[in-house]
Design a binder for this molecule. Sequence first.
Ligand code: GLA
Length: 732
Amino acid sequence: MILFEQDSQGKLITIQTAATTYQMCVTERGFLLHLYYGPKTEGDLRYLLTFRDRGFSGNPYDAGDNRTFSMDALPQEYPCYGNGDYRFIAFEMCDDHGIYGCDLRYAGHEVIRGKYSIPGLPAVYGDEFQAATLKVILRDEAAGVEVTLLYGMLADQDVITRAAVIRNIGERKIEIHKAYSGLIDFMSGEYDVIHFHGRHGMERQPERVPVMTGTQSYGSRRGTSSHQQNPFLILAEKDCTETQGTCYAMQLLYSGNFHAEAEIDQYGQTRMGIGLQDEMFAYPLEKGEALYTPEVVLCCAADGMTHLSHILHTLIRKNICRDQNRISRRPVPINNWEATYFDFNGEKLLEIAKQAAALGVEMFVLDDGWFGARNDDNRGLGDWTVNEKKLGGTLKQIVDQINAMGMQFGIWIEPEMVNEDSDLYRAHPDWAFTIPGRKPVRGRNQLVLDFSRPEVVNAVYDQIDGVLRSANIAYVKMDMNRSLMDICTKTDKMQNQGVILYHYVLGVYAFLEKLRTQHPELLIEGCSGGGGRFDAGMLYYVPQIWCSDNTDAIDRITIQYGTSFGYPVSAVGSHVSAVPNEQTGRSTPMHTRGVVAMAGNFGYELDLSRISEEDGQEVKRQIADCKKYWKLTHEGLYYRLTDPLHNREFAAWEFVSEDRAEALLNVVTLDNHCNNPTQYVRMSGLDPKGCYEAQESGRIYHGSALMQAGVPLPFLQNEYQAWQVHFIRKQM
Ligand code: GLA
């Protein structure tokens, strides 16, 4: 519900979702102030605003001799640089003389049924019964700028989205130097910020730190959302845990450079904002032109972070992911990357496929190395023509044989990239990002194509489209294997780096949109050296993303733990690979690798023709389990039962069906010690009045006991052992 009230003090706008309230007001002088976001409240919250005469916090001219009104102290919806706020701000522009600053004031608002969308960018969707849109228009005529703040509301899901449209309404050119998607001010409270950092092969490690005075800054300058910082943050009250306390999420739907900041200001107030990266960003707007920011999802839970994650998981599954594969069980694949790397031929692929088919695997995925002269990672990118010599025939011949084994077929692509040693680069060197007169920075010996240019996107698309139409291809893994540098578009139109990078992301989205609409049956998996572009923007185009190049089950536990705060199991690509693990050298039992991979889109990444008879039997069991538990793991609620970064004895997580009729408990032992004390794991989310039968032992437990007292772990003598128990509620 979006409510609007007006009185002598100005205007009050309230967004009420099922369990949260968001309120803002327009002052008599037209400033748009933020009043509250949090657990549900009623009434007019303007009483929370306090006004004092404070030194070095200036006053707008039209406040007259009222020295208590300062934008430096008041909470705001979209603070801009130029009217007295010296904290980090959401919006900054300069005019064609290089003069910074503007003064945005309320110019009107509108409520529309249904959810807004954003041209060329991902956005949460919801029909007119589920969603509503609020548009608040801010304007500064003198600066020639109008900012339309978009608020989307999915009331039943307790989700509010934000984005901004910035338009030049003047006669002169302006430049936008900062444009956040959303920002929230908290007048009171003490908070921690949780951000998800990492590196290649070790993504989304949560770090919880207090918000401090001064600005804490997180973001990416890499051109993608990055392995190093995920565009997702949680702000949690100091005492907030998984099951209690108030917390907030900011989830950006964007796959490029972003910036997020948090600060405590001089008056003890907390501000947090997120949006486009503003470093090296200067977006020119001629008369009438507009810039759209990406969208940010906001949500708040009054009962801890598990609930916050559940809101986001459901939203991503039902209102961000779009294709049909988001709701159906996806085939169990075998991917040949870790089995062969570049060293394969058609015969070898068919041998792996044959073995996999016999064990019940449902799809064969041909990874890197099938095209051009790509026999190692130094050449070939950009030449999307099948290397028939290597395959020993056409792609169709291979695919037909794999289909005849009862398996679907998938293929790897990396459309944004080019090697200098490729026909594409030799024909179009100007399509790659390089700066004239300077040698470029290489990454994996490759350069990045200028996807801000539609003709480049279309030319690559056409090549890949030709391959996809040449055989019965059911799945595509779309990879992206380096960070961007040397940003320069080689056309007549000179563009700033930030502009190019924004349009680069739009180009990637345009590629994906074309791929998914022209091949509606295709299952597309995102990837960027594993999870380097694992974000909610990508999930608008693809239902799943390869979570990490690190397939070690123990490292994966922490990677998947961190990922689970913002993203559902259905978004995670997770495979069983060989031991000793290729990345860490660690050996873990086949069963453990299966249990860990089942907290994602389950599959294999090894040469199944080389595993033991015993492991082969385990593979068969795993595939049967994956099918049996698919609904529970993908549509059920996910519970983090331990924090594997701090609890080093064992890691535990759990899936519970929405009706609480069944649960799957997963435990993996971590560090092992001599003569260990017994470990107990407490379950979550069960029916406290129900009784549950553990399927393996037949033993009956009370739901309340499983949650309050827990269950003792069996004596698992070695490290890295898994224990998976399926509980079904009994009618007593
Ligand atoms: C990236 C991916 C891997 C694999 C290789 C192929 O690193 O994340 O899974 O596809 O590229 O070059």
